[in-house]
Design a protein around this ligand. Structure first.
Ligand code: C2E
Ligand code: MG
Ligand code: MG
Ligand code: MG
Length: 291
């Protein structure tokens, strides 16, 4: 069976057990079964305003609830899904459910957007904009309530084609964020051409921002660059109050991280939205103590 230490690179399917083509085939069938049996689940992580801790959005993060292996994280199946051509089906499932959940939050009076990760394979498909538009229409969700997250590296795989698809999504009114900024391959020239309103500062720069002066310098530079280009910033991976305070002082617009809120099932997200006037608990408590 699959390794249980959680460290095997494929996780679900041990390549040692068979040749590569049977691994691929098994995986493809497993994905079809999982889609049919509704084994994928979305968790949502709050994206909060750095000034007041208000939840302004939620990132949809997919998990595979495997009956035998339990909760399988995306790092263990997204790359394989990309390599075996199954990412389209999973991505469609994710977008469908993300839109429906977001439409429900809005109907219940909460004011936020949903962020959805797209892989390079997905936006290499020319009719992506058409399909996403149909999903938003059938969910009765305004495109302005959706932000897609793409990495620089994904865009760079086929720049002209990616820009074509991303511009088509932009024309629909969908928002766009550059994920894991600073870790990929790209050039500032492309940053200028991407229709992205938001830059997500990768968690590797945030982790030691309060102790490492070079990380601090990088974060400051990204914030200055984003400002100069008229883009917003999100800091990923905020795990404690010190990081939060420092990033707030630097002028980062939005934050995400375990200290603010872990990815949670949809009902828990709604409970969060309903408490503290929509502010995350950690920040709500801080402001109360200060008073
Ligand atoms: P990402 O889009 O950069 O998402 C952020 C990841 O960081 C998530 O991991 C999240 O749980 C984790 N994270 C959030 N706050 C903290 C923190 O304070 N500390 C630490 N150490 N980690 C934090 P997750 O859910 O395991 O997802 C990993 C990656 O898988 C995502 O990175 C994204 O690239 C990909 N992914 C997830 N869902 C989807 C999806 O629906 N479609 C596609 N194509 N990719 C997805
Ligand atoms: Mg993301
Ligand atoms: Mg990221
Ligand atoms: Mg990432």
């Amino acid at each position: 069976g699959a390794k249980r230490d959680g460290k095997s690179h494929i996780g679900l399917y041990d390549p040692v057990e068979g040749d590569l083509s049977s691994v691929r085939l098994n995986f493809q069938h497993a994905v079809e079964r999982a889609l049919a049996a509704n084994e994928f689940v979305l968790h949502f992580q709050p994206i909060v305003d750095m000034q007041d801790g208000r939840i302004v959005g939620a990132e949809a993060l997919v998990r595979w609830l495997d009956p035998e292996r339990g909760m399988v994280p995306p790092a263990e199946f997204i790359p394989l899904a990309e390599a075996t051509g199954r990412i389209g089906a999973i991505g469609q499932w994710v977008f469908h459910h993300a839109c429906r959940n977001a439409a429900r939050w809005l109907r219940q009076g909460h004011d936020l957007h949903v962020a959805v990760n797209l892989s390079a394979v997905q936006f290499a498909s020319a009719n992506l904009a058409v399909r996403l538009r149909e999903e938003m229409l059938s969910a009765n969700l305004a495109p302005s309530r959706v932000v897609i997250e793409v990495t620089e590296t994904a865009v760079m795989q086929d720049v002209e084609r990616s820009l074509g698809v991303l511009n088509a999504l932009h024309a629909l009114g969908i928002g766009m964020a550059i994920d894991d900024f600073g870790t990929g391959y790209s050039s500032l020239a492309y940053l200028r051409r991407l229709p992205a309103q938001t830059i997500k500062i990768d968690q590797s720069f945030v982790r030691d921002v309060d102790t490492d002066s070079e990380d601090l310098a990088i974060v400051r530079a990204i914030v200055a660059l984003a400002r100069a280009l008229g883009r917003k910033t999100v800091a990923e991976g905020i795990e404690n109050a010190q990081q939060w305070k420092l990033l707030q002082a630097i002028g980062v617009d939005y934050g995400q991280g375990y200290w603010l809120g872990r990815p949670v099932p949809e009902d828990e997200l709604r409970a969060l939205l309903g408490s503290n006037q929509g502010r995350v608990t950690a920040v709500a408590q801080q402001t109360t103590t200060q008073r």
